[in-house]
Structures are given as structure tokens and as C-alpha cells.
Ligand binder design. Structure first.
Ligand code: SF4
Length: 256
């Protein structure tokens, strides 16, 4: 079974073997599901990867993935990271949407160290990478501990970096499988799915926010601007996920 590590070999060899096994498994799954629907990807992920989590920001497009997942299994563990600097609209939307979709295993995660490390809530101004690490990445990694994979809402159209995003990929630092059921969806696909299924939008979408993160770091987008132009406006930062591996800081998109 590719997700298990053998007990009687040195850890570094077991890790190498596990990594090779996981890459073989993801190659196999990507080939098998290349022309299948997002719901097939979720069903397969739930069958092959255990424990599995779904991570959602309950942002502008999140409802599509959450609805698809709820149709497959309402008991899927859904992780929502509350950075304590989110819009009030996001917190209300999260509660209402989870209830409407009947999600029965919602896990709201906060980092207990926020009050001590950022008592004035100013870290986002002085060091946004450290702020994201404290408020998003560290609690996300804690929430994923013990899991063998997680489902995200990332899509190829969102950035150059994601242009070749597969359905299944191996996170090299953690050896977890990251599942991207909507990788092949266009922006129009998302809009059509939400409209056809009469799903509720995040209220800030109608007020000019096509991408929604923390309140201090998100502004409305003007006509003709990139959809993510309102995130960390006027800075070079464009991804929220900061992950530390082997002492190195790695940017990684944790947008869902
Ligand atoms: S998006 Fe802004 S406020 Fe939120 S964690 Fe990152 S830097 Fe901090």
C-alpha cells in the first residue's frame, strides 16, 4: 500500500521509497482520471487517501468545491483557518454555507499563539510573510498533521505558477498528496457551476472582491485589473502560504 511506510528499514530509505511510491501513485491517478469530472477526483481521493482533509477559505469561489465535496460525502473533514483578521462577512458566510451544505465535520482552526506573537495585530504591516506564517501556515500544518492528503480549490487559470497543476501531486516536504479536483476548471466553469446550482456567493464578490483573504490585505479590484490585484496591493507578495521546510522558507499557494 503506497501510503504506508515499512517498519523494518532505515527512515531515510523508507522515506525515499515512500516518496517514489507516492509519485507513482499520483502519476497513475492523474492518467486514470485525466478526462473525468471533479466529483470523480474527489470520490477517488476519498477512496485512496486516508486520512484526507479538505481545506477551504470560504472565499469568493469556495462554494463550488464545497458543494461538490458535500455531494460526495458530507462527513469529509473541512478545515477553515480563522486568522482572526478575516472580514466579518467571511465568518458569517462560513457559518451559513456550512449549514446550508450540511457539512458535518467542519474544523475551525486558530493559532493560540496569535495573541502573544502579534498582540497589536500589526505584523501584517511590518512583516506580512511572518504574519501569514503565524496566522495561516502554522495552524494549517497543525491541522493537517496525521493526514495523508488534502483537497484544495486551486485552478490552473489562477496563475502562471499553477498553469500545469495536476489533479494529484506529492508535497515533497510532508509526503502528503495534494488533490486539486478543480485544476482544469476555467473561471467560466466556476461561474456556471455556481449559477446552475443556485449556490450563494460570498457577499463581498458583489462589492468588487473577486479574491478574498484577510481584511487588512484585501481591497476591491477595478475593471481591467487582474482578479488577484486586490490581494496585498502595492506589494510583491501574491501568495499567502508560507511554509518552512528544512529551515528554508517556501512560498506555497494555500488559496482554496
Ligand atoms: S493575509 Fe495579511 S493579515 Fe492575513 S495572515 Fe497574511 S499578512 Fe496577515
Amino acid at each position: 500500500m503506497p501510503l504506508d511506510q515499512p517498519q523494518d528499514v532505515p527512515p531515510e530509505i523508507a522515506s525515499t521509497e515512500a516518496s517514489a511510491g507516492l509519485h507513482a501513485l499520483t502519476r497513475e491517478l492523474n492518467a486514470e482520471l485525466s478526462h473525468r469530472a471533479a466529483s470523480d477526483v474527489i470520490e477517488t481521493a476519498l477512496r485512496v487517501i486516508s486520512p484526507l482533509r479538505l481545506v477551504s477559505s470560504f472565499g469568493a469561489e469556495s462554494v463550488a468545491l464545497l458543494h461538490l465535496a458535500a455531494m460526495v460525502d458530507r462527513d469529509i473533514p473541512v478545515i477553515f483557518i480563522d486568522t482572526e483578521l478575516l472580514f466579518t462577512e467571511t465568518l458569517v458566510y462560513q457559518q451559513e454555507l456550512a449549514e446550508r451544505l450540511g457539512l458535518r465535520n467542519l474544523r475551525i482552526i486558530r493559532n493560540a499563539l496569535i495573541a502573544a506573537r502579534d498582540p497589536q495585530n500589526m505584523l501584517h504591516k511590518t512583516n506580512p510573510d511572518a504574519c501569514c506564517a503565524l496566522r495561516k501556515s502554522a495552524p494549517l500544518q497543525d491541522a493537517l498533521n496525521g493526514s495523508n492528503g488534502w483537497i484544495t480549490g486551486r485552478k490552473r487559470f489562477q496563475s502562471q505558477e499553477r498553469a500545469a497543476l495536476p489533479f494529484f501531486e506529492v508535497e515533497p516536504e510532508t509526503l502528503r498528496i495534494k488533490v486539486n479536483p478543480l485544476a482544469h476548471w476555467s473561471r467560466d466553469n466556476v461561474e456556471e457551476y455556481i449559477t446552475e446550482n443556485r449556490l450563494p456567493r460570498h457577499p463581498l464578490v458583489a462589492r468588487g472582491y473577486p479574491s478574498i483573504g484577510c481584511a487588512p490585505c484585501t481591497s476591491p479590484v477595478r475593471a481591467g485589473e487582474d482578479l488577484r490585484a486586490g490581494r496585498w496591493r502595492n506589494t510583491s507578495k501574491d501568495e499567502c502560504g508560507i511554509h518552512f521546510a528544512g529551515g528554508r522558507m517556501i512560498r506555497q499557494g494555500a488559496e482554496t
